[in-house]
Design a protein around this ligand. Structure first.
Ligand code: AMP
Length: 173
């Protein structure tokens, strides 16, 4: 089962006209597919030293927590503004649809911790770029950036200041 794309449902015009939403719920709703996706991420990073997996709200939590568990790493959430209860560091950025402000707890990453950042979709790259910015400001050492799905046509990699992005499914359109 290497073709994980069969488990991604494409929903046209959600949440706005013109956006084809990549719905991951069929994938996480299949025990075998979910297991194999986490196995594939784990295999890719198992020889790296990773102290923390940072997952991006909300679907980055699903893959990030499972991956943190498998790698024996901690999990740190990056959340939308106003959701985290303690002192936060924040950054505002452009989305494929709209703008957003993301936040991380100021004490979430110890200086020089080895950090892997995880999300579900790389679209325009703004979300990952903002997350990298937050981790760098906390002086984490980014050792990986990974997504389940990459929408290559949007050239998100150009916006993300990290070269070695690992994606499991690529859409060329
Ligand atoms: P971007 O900042 O443009 O790379 O957008 C990435 C974020 O928006 C991710 O957290 C995704 O969950 C979400 N996203 C963007 N485009 C889509 C899409 N076509 N389908 C599903 N999620 C998307």
């Amino acid at each position: 089962m290497r073709d994980f794309s069969q488990f991604i449902r494409e929903v046209p015009d959600f949440p706005k006209p013109g956006i084809v939403f990549k719905d991951i719920t069929p994938l996480i709703g299949s025990p075998a597919a979910f297991h194999r996706v986490i196995d594939a991420f784990t295999l890719h990073y198992k020889y790296e030293t990773i102290d923390i997996v940072v997952g991006i709200e909300a679907r980055g939590f699903i893959f990030g927590t499972a991956l943190a568990y498998r790698l024996g790493a901690a999990f740190v959430p990056i959340r939308k503004q106003g959701k985290l209860p303690y002192k936060t560091l924040e950054t505002t950025y452009d989305l494929e649809y709209g703008t957003d402000t993301m936040a991380i707890h100021r004490d979430a990453i110890r200086k020089n911790s080895k950090v892997l950042i995880c999300d579900d979709v790389l679209a325009t790259g703004g979300t990952l770029a903002a997350s990298i910015d937050l981790v760098k400001k906390l002086e984490g050492d980014i050792v990986g950036v990974t997504v389940l799905i990459e929408l290559t046509k949007l050239n998100g990699r150009e916006k993300v200041p990290y070269d070695d992005i690992f994606s499991l499914i690529k859409y060329e359109y």
